[in-house]
Ligand binder design. Structure first.
Ligand code: ZN
Length: 314
């Protein structure tokens, strides 16, 4: 783990659908030297302007930044050769479609390197550097919260491909006896439409935090989680799957029970087809895990992204 003085001080911005977290630091824990929270709102110029100003003022008192990492909700244009690189493209979030996310930071810090990626790729990079993905070249980081997204690290690098993965919207089978229509505005019963926080609340008629541990909705949710985890296992052959986001805390069911059920359902969905010690009852305990950095995975990821950009390490 880095400490002030031994690693470069960078700026980090985790841009989420409801809040933006900005920080200056060198790494997780005590490596975060200052942090601030801003509502995302529906006026990107104002929000991003405030974040850039805060970074400037903190940098003036703490130290010069070597780079800035921005990990953002999307969809994003990540193609460096595109004229709209650094933009949020088609989001339904009011005010934010077509936003040039990087411009305010470029104006505030002329010439400073800026790393830009999805929030989940950022969190994956953070977990790889300091958390549950350390020492593993091939793994997946998922966030299951207000929405669902995933970042795949393959051979140590985040996968971008055509655009970037949109794991939350993979189509899902219908469980026997399940009449729930799903809550994704585009697809209805995609993974996000079945397992994100709002989907669980819509199905159960109350927020996930208030659901009893034996609420039948948990059975449908964890069965769907198992199907989606099986799909990722079959397609990407990851060595670990890290699940972050608020849903994993699972209210009265509890995080440990939620993970146990997801592992069991993953095993059921695979039906023994993939042969690996990681997919036995014992192995699954370290195959499907919570984030090592807890709720700071995304923010620390933005720090790691910035440090990669400024020094090539990580
Ligand atoms: Zn969808």
């Amino acid at each position: 783990m880095g400490s002030p003085g031994s690693a470069s001080i960078v700026g980090a911005v985790e841009l989420g659908g409801t809040k933006v977290i900005a920080a200056i630091g060198t790494g997780p824990g005590r490596g975060i030297l200052a942090r601030e929270r801003f509502p995302t709102g529906d006026d990107p110029a104002r929000t991003l302007g405030s974040v850039a100003e805060w970074l400037q003022s903190q940098s003036a008192s703490i130290g010069a930044l070597r780079a800035i990492g921005v990990a953002s909700f999307g969809p994003l244009d990540l193609d460096p050769s595109s004229p709209t690189h650094g933009f949020i493209t088609t989001t339904p979030k009011r005010g934010w479609a077509g936003t040039n996310v990087l411009a305010p930071f470029r104006r505030a810090f002329p010439g400073l390197p800026i790393a830009f990626d999805t929030d989940v790729n950022g969190a994956a990079i953070g977990e790889g550097r300091w958390g549950a993905g350390q020492g593993i070249d091939d793994f997946v980081y998922l966030t299951v919260g207000t929405g669902i997204g995933g970042g795949a690290i393959v051979r140590g690098r985040p996968v971008h491909g055509l655009v970037h993965p949109e794991m939350g919207h993979i189509p899902m089978p219908r469980a026997v006896g399940d009449a729930f229509a799903g809550s994704c505005a585009i697809h209805g019963r995609c993974w996000e439409g079945l397992c994100a926080g709002p989907a669980i609340a819509a199905r159960a008629g109350r927020p996930a935090e208030d659901m009893a541990p034996d609420d039948p909705a948990w059975e449908f949710v964890t069965e769907s989680m198992g199907h989606a985890l099986a799909t990722l296992t079959l397609v990407l052959s990851p060595k670990r799957i890290i699940i972050g986001g608020s849903v994993r805390k699972a209210g009265k069911l509890g995080e440990a029970a939620f993970f146990e059920r997801c592992r069991l359902q993953l095993k059921r969905a695979l039906e023994g087809y993939v042969d690996s010690p990681s997919l036995t009852d014992e192995g699954l305990r370290s195959f499907v895990v919570p984030p090592g950095l807890g709720d700071d995975a995304g923010l620390c990821g933005a720090i790691a992204m910035a440090q990669r950009t400024s020094t090539g390490i990580g």
